[in-house]
Design a protein around this ligand. Structure first.
Ligand SMILES: [Zn+2]
Ligand SMILES: [Zn+2]
Length: 88
């Protein structure tokens, strides 16, 4: 048994409670259990990590007000919040 999957956060709610889909829905390859939705992981353009704050919540906690930037957990880069966090 090898661990090949990186840590991925839901780009909408920021939850790590996600799993790869057996049958991808278009290019949405992962499921978020908190959102009950499929999404395409967001990659940080700086470090390639997929542990990024959600655009509508962070670690599953809803944002008090919408943000325009979200943070990469791996390199602390600030990235623009997504209009469509599930990947279009
Ligand atoms: Zn989610
Ligand atoms: Zn990064």
């Amino acid at each position: 048994m090898t661990i090949t999957e990186d840590r991925i956060h839901c780009p909408a709610c920021g939850s790590a409670d996600v799993d790869r889909r057996g049958t991808p829905e278009g290019r949405r390859t992962h499921d978020c259990f908190r959102c009950s939705r499929a999404f395409e992981p967001r990659r940080c353009p700086h470090c390639g990590g997929a542990r990024i704050d959600g655009s509508i919540a962070i670690s599953g906690m809803p944002l008090q007000k919408s943000r325009t930037v979200v943070k990469c957990w791996d390199c602390s880069a600030e990235l623009p919040a997504l209009d469509d966090p599930y990947g279009g």
